[in-house]
Design a protein around this ligand. Structure first.
Ligand code: HEC
Ligand code: HEC
Length: 452
């Protein structure tokens, strides 16, 4: 009880740091907002690679396993299950025997909608990959100087990374040469992760033809194929398949005054005014591309960070781990909200199961954090992993650390207005994505299964 009183006192102080800036309704999204349209051959190659498990160390997971078109380009889970798991979406499990996953991925899989828009220059919940003209590659990233030249965009640069992660796609040291290289930090160079994967692609005749068709000026023989070409193609596919700018809200912005219902209009007004959502969810894509601490519950294995006095690595300091600035603790990237009704669960650790729950959290973040109901998480159960999931949330001190950093002021709106706000968020859905089978190939050049 004493702790709680102390905590409430600190909460009041923290509210002085609240964000107040207001922004207005955006201009409509147009072609000019995106990188130039890739060729059909490039998109076809990228689609094949996105769904092909051949670019994972053990040949058992593709990008699409976690970013599936039928799960809002996510995986439907709070925290994703990497290589070793079996099944897709909510049916995914943690695998079995020696191949079972080593642990949960510490963060929620974000959607990949609209990421080929030029204004997206920062990737990942903590922004550890960003456009940076001072770097030779053009990007600041955990790979440093190893990142090759010739990546078309930050989205292409991003596609270089999942294949280097032991838990996501590479596998554990000892399991395959890609995993060994990843474990040793050899990403670039001969027999590094990217070269080993390029070698696999060079050996599949159908891919050689597809690479040649996609990049006729650079690639004439199999030997010319580099993994950066694969990454560029994957980004082209993500961009072409993920463009989601035909929601009722978009239609309204383009001048169709009838596109939104009365309730959605009221919700839009709340979003851009009284509820102050647009102070962070601003601009055409409803993100300021900035980082904010909004007291999101922390579940799962954590990102290896430790609040003072702890050494189990269960915390996730978010942006601080990239900038080294303690003021950035618990700040995470503001997500874009197009198609948000399709992308549950929500937050960097997927702590909220429903759109309603994550919006209610925003209305009073610290109270919501303290009252967090862990039963809503969507995680395939496994005894040893389950034990890690709520270590932070079961520790009042650690929870209070998250609460103290909150920058988001409570918003007081009545239930009727809350309903309008929810209606507006549903009006951000581009109906073309309700059933996105059009973006799925029927088979992939390696011949590997796409079924799980
Ligand atoms: C095991 C599941 C998994 C696999 C496989 C996977 N991803 Fe992801 N992806 C994630 C998670 C989790 C994150 C967030 C990581 C973070 O922010 O720390 C992420 C982040 C991203 C982002 C950044 C989105 C943003 O808004 O910042 C993109 C783009 C992306 N992945 C594309 C890909 C591509 C392309 C592949 C295949 C080469 C791939 N992913 C494979 C789980 C996965
Ligand atoms: C102070 C900045 C800020 C304000 C104001 C704000 N948000 Fe957020 N919002 C964020 C951040 C940051 C996240 C992601 C936090 C995380 O991943 O831990 C987020 C996440 C979300 C999500 C979950 C999306 C996803 O993909 O996980 C929704 C929905 C959302 N906000 C809606 C709203 C609404 C509605 C309002 C107004 C009531 C609002 N936000 C006000 C910063 C803000």
């Amino acid at each position: 009880m004493r702790l709680r009183r102390l905590y409430v006192g600190l909460v009041v102080c923290s509210l002085t740091a609240v964000v107040h800036a207001q922004s207005t309704r955006p201009f409509p999204i147009s072609d000019n907002d995106f990188y130039s349209t890739p060729s059909g051959a490039e998109v076809a190659l990228g689609r094949a690679l996105f769904f092909d498990k051949i670019i994972s160390g053990n040949g058992n997971i593709s990008c699409a396993t976690c970013h599936h078109p039928l799960a809002g380009t996510g995986d439907g889970l709070s925290l994703s299950i990497g290589e070793g798991g079996k099944g897709l979406g909510l049916a995914r499990d943690t695998g079995s025997g020696v191949d079972a996953v080593q642990g949960r991925i510490p963060r929620h899989t974000p959607h990949v909608f609209n990421l080929a828009a030029k204004e997206f220059s920062v990737m990942f919940h903590d922004g550890r990959l960003s456009v940076d003209d001072l770097e030779a590659s053009g990007f600041n990233s955990p790979a440093g100087d190893q990142l090759p030249l010739g990546l078309d965009s930050v989205l292409a640069a991003q596609a270089m990374f999942p294949v280097t992660s032991s838990t996501e796609m590479a596998g554990q040291a000892g399991e395959n040469p890609v995993a060994n290289a990843a474990f040793e930090g050899r990403l670039a160079g001969e027999n590094g992760v990217w070269d080993l994967l390029a070698q696999r692609l060079r050996a599949i005749p159908e891919y050689v033809v597809m690479f040649r068709d996609a990049y006729p000026e650079q690639i004439s023989t199999a030997d010319d194929i580099q993994f950066k070409d694969a990454a560029n193609a994957i980004a082209s596919f993500e961009g072409a398949a993920g463009r989601a700018d035909n929601s009722r809200f978009d239609q309204f912005l383009r001048g169709d005054s009838q596109a939104l219902s009365g309730s959605e209009m009221k919700g839009m007004k709340l979003f851009y005014d009284k509820a102050n959502c647009s102070s962070c969810h601003s601009g055409k894509f409803q993100t300021d591309h900035g980082f904010h601490a909004i007291a999101m519950p922390q579940i799962g294995p954590g990102k290896g960070h430790n609040s003072e006095g702890y050494d189990d690595g269960r915390d996730d300091f978010g942006r601080e781990a990239v900038t080294g600035d303690a003021d950035d603790r618990f700040r995470f990237l503001t997500p874009s909200l197009r198609n948000v009704a399709l992308t549950a669960p929500y937050g960097h650790a997927g702590a909220f199961d429903t759109l309603e729950a994550v919006v209610r959290h925003h209305l009073n973040p610290e109270e919501s954090l303290l009252g967090y109901d862990g039963s809503q998480v969507r995680l395939p159960s496994r005894a040893d992993l389950d034990g890690q999931d709520f270590v932070v949330m079961n520790d009042y001190w650690r929870v209070s650390q998250i609460g103290h950093r909150n920058e988001l002021a409570p918003v007081f709106i009545n239930e009727k207005d809350f309903g309008h706000l929810m209606s507006f968020l549903h009006a951000l859905t581009d109906n073309g994505f309700l059933d996105d089978r059009r973006n799925m190939p029927s088979s992939v050049p390696s011949g590997l299964t796409m079924a799980d």
